[in-house]
Design a protein around this ligand. Structure first.
Ligand code: P6P
Length: 348
């Protein structure tokens, strides 16, 4: 029987649910929706596609290595850090949806130029988290957090960023790995989209992501053990001797890119820890930033049924006191984070 090669046999015309269709469906279900959030996320997606393109060709386009600059965190700025930061700032400034931005790479609030329209939101972001991994071709990502503005009009001030984590209206990340993904929440669950580069669309691939109560993975940089206090050492020892629900030991996994470690633990179940350490007297609260790392991921993890604390309190209950405030972070499956927090508070 001659195989019928007509186009109806080739079902490659079929496409999954695009992010745009998903957002429009969410808008229809939310009477108060104005469409501004949909436009804001759409602008972020274009920026992420540009960053993904550069990350994927970095090794071939002289985009590896450092620029020679040092950022406000005291870290070497890599060429891709700079590209990602500028791509986000350039595009989002013109969106007409923001009244201010804050980037991990910039010391101060990034204002929207006078000749550009202002909007009702503020955006905080880590343009390329884990970028030290890029020269080794390991996964890295962009983390973002969105708040509604506090003033009614005009340029957004620093006050727009000194907020409680629970006030975020949306948060998420783009992961540049074996595939490029968007994982976000707007307060109605956590949804994952995978970029189909052949059509340039993010397609729904992980609907309503939820975490198990207990995990099977622990992520921490044990090279810093000597800098930890005894309770932190007890926490890590606890997970090293924990058994998962199949009676197997927890597995140690640490990529060195928060966004990649978080994503794996979100999907498979686990806890990521970056405790306060005494390695650097200038960073007594650890390395991770509240506004553009801990708070957005805490919003996501709670929406997925998990938890996030600084070892004492819920991350989302912390009100930022400065733009680049750092916090210790224990984030992942609810029972694992609660156990870590109990030990750290000596409430066993
Ligand atoms: P360390 C990357 O610089 C980062 O902020 C996170 O993405 C990552 O989890 C952590 O630092 C790695 O830090 O001290 O273990 O190399």
């Amino acid at each position: 029987m001659k195989k019928n090669n007509s186009s109806t046999d080739n079902q490659s015309y079929r496409l999954g649910i695009t992010i745009t269709e998903h957002l429009l469906l969410c808008e229809d279900e939310c009477p108060a929706a104005t469409g501004q959030f949909t436009r804001l996320l759409s602008e972020l997606i274009i920026s992420a596609k540009l960053i993904s393109r550069e990350v994927n060709k970095a090794g071939l386009a002289d985009l590896l290595g450092a620029t020679g600059d040092i950022n406000v965190q005291g870290e070497k700025v890599l060429k891709l850090d700079e590209f990602a930061n500028q791509a986000l700032i350039w595009r989002m400034q013109r969106s007409g949806l923001l009244c201010a931005m804050a980037s991990e790479e910039n010391a101060d609030v990034i204002e929207i130029p006078d000749n550009m329209p202002k909007g009702n939101y503020v955006l905080a972001f880590d343009p390329l988290d884990g970028s030290a991994n890029v020269d080794a071709n390991a996964s890295i990502g962009t983390i973002f957090s969105i708040h509604r503005r506090v003033e009614r009009t005009g340029c957004g001030s620093l006050d727009n960023f000194l907020r409680y984590g629970y006030e975020q209206v949306a948060a998420g990340y783009f992961l540049y790995g074996s595939s490029t993904m968007l994982v976000y929440t707007a307060g109605n669950g956590v949804h994952g989209f995978t970029l189909d580069p052949s059509v340039g669309e993010f397609l729904l691939s992980h609907r309503n992501i939820t975490m198990p109560d207990r995990g099977k993975i622990y992520s921490v940089n044990e090279a810093y053990t000597e800098y930890w206090d005894n309770r932190t050492k007890t926490v890590v020892d606890y997970f090293k001797s924990s058994k998962n629900d199949r009676g197997k030991p927890y597995t140690a996994r640490y990529i060195g890119a928060l966004v990649a470690d978080f994503h794996r633990n979100l999907l498979f179940g686990g806890i990521y820890m970056y405790p306060a350490d005494r390695q650097d007297p200038h960073k007594p609260h650890g390395k991770l930033r509240l506004l553009c790392e801990a708070a957005p991921l805490a919003f996501l993890v709670e929406q997925a049924g998990g938890a996030a604390t600084d070892g004492r309190q819920r991350i989302l209950d912390i009100k930022a006191s400065e733009l680049h405030e750092r916090v210790p972070l224990f984030i992942g499956c609810k029972a694992d984070v609660e156990k870590a927090t109990e030990i750290l508070q000596d409430k066993q």
